[in-house]
Every structure is written in C-alpha cells, then in structure tokens.
Design a protein around this ligand. Structure first.
Ligand code: ISE
Length: 336
C-alpha cells in the first residue's frame, strides 16, 4: 500500500461491479481502482476508462496476483465468487466478495477454513444492508432495549422482474440470501429451522418462482417470515419489522415526498436496488477501505457468508421436501 492509498482490483464489471468501481473512484478517499477484469472486454474497458484508465484484465487470477493490487472486489457472477475469494486468501489480499460468498455451503466452508488457516480476517461479504441507515437505526433501537426481547422478524423484499430469478433455487441463493443475513444480524441469533413455500412464475414449471414466503425459527425461540417477490409489478422495496415484548418497530426507508394531486395521494418507490441502496454501498465501501488501511477486514464476515448459505441450503431442501428443515452448520469458530 502506497502513501495511504489502497489500490483496488475489481473482478466483474456488470451492474454491481461497475457501481462499486464508480463509487470507489469518485466517492471514497484513499481508494483507487487500478485494475478491472471481465470476460466482456469492451464492458471492462468502458469501466476502466471511467476509473482514470485502470488496466483491463481478462483473467481474474492474474489481477489478484498483480503486484500493485492491494485489495480485490469480487463482483463476478455468483458461481465464480468462491474461487476468487480463495485465490485472494492464498495471495494474502483483503477481499470484498459480493453476496453470496459461494453458491453452496461446502464451498463457503472451504473459504472459512482457508481464512482460519491464514490466521486473520481477509474477507468481507457484500451484505450492504448492514450499512443502510434505516436498518442501522432499527438495530440501534433494538439495542437500546426500547421494545424488549425480539420475538418476531418480518422481512419484505420486492423486486422488479429480472430474468435471473428463473427458479426458487436462484431466488434463494442470489436474492433471499440478503433477507437471511438481515434476519440473523438484526435478531442477533442464528436461524435454526426453515419452511419454504412459493408460487411459481410459470404454472407449468413448479420450481419457477414468483412469490416466496420462508417461515423461520431462531435459536432461542423467536420466529419470523421472509417474504420475497421476483416480480412486484411496481418497483423495488425492502422493509423489516420486528416485534418485541413491548412494541413493534420497523424500518422507515422511503423518504420521497407524499404527493396529493388530482384526487390521488402518491409516493414514489425506488425502481431497483442500485437506487434504494446507493448510500449503503458508499458506506460499505468506505468502511471496507478503512479496514484495509488498518490491515484487516471488518463488517459481514466469512462466517456470515457461510451461515447464510447453510440457511439457504436448508431453504432449498425444504422447497424439495415440502417440510420444515433444520439448518445444518458447523459450530461458530473462535476466530469469528
Ligand atoms: C441483487 O443481486 C442484489 O443484491 C439486490 O440487493 C437484491 O435485492 C436483488 O434481489 C439481487 O438480485
């Protein structure tokens, strides 16, 4: 690391990779994007041009090993996250790995074990809701004891249509994984059991997913639901509501004005996640660069990446068995 500047390599320059690269080069003091990689070289070149002429790579491993890359941001398609994170740990480089950390619990366990072998945290997982102001305010309120012990979690996650939610499996591993993590971190307890029900997007394809509700039970007895849509028909919304012994509290995230006009009362809703969570991404990246400068990693850890996949695996099992399923995971290692 050079004179307090963290040189970042970005792997994957799709929607989220280009958003991260743009924020790193324009909003984060002390960060510089020096390399980008994508199989689509034109797309990578366009992002590099906006990052002060960063170098363009076609090979992720070469970017990770480049001598002037201090830290790596992985935003490639989900199936490539695990191998990228493992290569970063092997190279001793801090990595912000987009969610999901892997696509299967077994691969997440390899990352966890590799990081434990390295003896220090190098991995931060891109669960950016931890940096969202509305989520933080709710966590603070719970922490203050205002509503007492949390008894029930309700997560709402409405998406506009995107073709990648082809099946309930991808809906769980790519999208509901955020809600799984939110439930764990906001309730401060692990999810012990899940029961997945959903409505297919295509009645002729039972595993296609339009609307899902996952019932969850936490260690310690609290319960909850994660409600998800892959085609809200109106835009993007994420809300959380928690009921405690002495009251119910929820996130308040829509700050658009309420407009009364022409016998109508209306309020704009974010079209999609880049608009809703832009500020959270800025906070997330600022925190990540800060922890890299201090020589470590903070925020959502490889343990969070691993446990969220353990819960996701149980959700998929429940979607196949039509039964509640226990979450199977290892004991939390002392390092986390
Ligand atoms: C997307 O990949 C994200 O991470 C968004 O936050 C989430 O809301 C969306 O469903 C995912 O597809």
């Amino acid at each position: 690391m050079n004179r307090g500047i963290v040189n970042v390599g970005v792997i994957g320059t799709g929607m989220i990779g280009s958003l991260h690269a743009g924020i790193l080069s324009s909003r984060i003091n002390g960060a510089r994007v020096v390399a980008v990689m994508d199989v689509d070289q034109d797309r990578a070149a366009a992002v590099a041009a906006d990052c002060d002429g960063a170098r363009v790579y076609s090979d992720a491993e070469a970017l990770i090993k480049a001598a002037d890359v201090d830290a790596v941001l992985i935003a490639s398609p989900d199936a490539f996250h695990a191998e990228g994170a493992l290569a970063c740990i092997a190279a001793g480089k801090p990595v912000l790995c987009e969610k999901p950390m892997a696509t299967a619990r077994a691969d997440a366990e390899c990352i966890l074990r590799a990081e434990m072998g390295a003896g220090r945290r190098l991995v931060q997982v891109g669960f950016m809701r931890e940096y969202d102001r509305a989520h933080r305010a709710l966590v603070d309120l719970l922490g203050s004891g205002e509503i007492g012990r949390a008894l029930r979690f309700r997560g709402i996650h409405m998406n506009p249509f995107r073709s990648e939610y082809a099946s309930i499996d991808t809906a769980i591993v790519n999208s509901l994984i955020h809600d799984i993590h939110s439930a764990r971190f906001m309730m401060g307890a692990e999810i012990a059991e899940v029961f997945a029900r959903w409505v297919p997007a295509n009645p002729k394809d039972a595993r296609s997913a339009r609307y899902a509700i996952i019932h969850i039970s936490f260690d310690g007895g609290a319960i909850g639901t994660l409600e998800w849509s892959g085609d809200s028909g109106y835009g993007y919304e994420v809300e959380v509501e928690i009921t405690g012994e002495r009251g119910t509290a929820g996130t308040s995230s829509n700050h658009s004005p309420i407009l009364r006009q022409g016998s109508t009362r209306s309020q704009a809703i974010s079209p999609d996640w880049p608009e809703r969570f832009y500020d959270a991404y800025v906070e997330e990246l600022a925190a990540w660069i800060g922890s890299v400068m201090r020589g470590g990693a903070a925020g959502p850890s490889a343990w969070d990446g691993y446990m969220s996949l353990a819960v996701a695996e149980a959700c998929i099992k429940s979607s196949e068995s039509s039964q509640p399923e226990r979450v199977i995971g290892m004991e939390r290692p002392a390092m986390y």
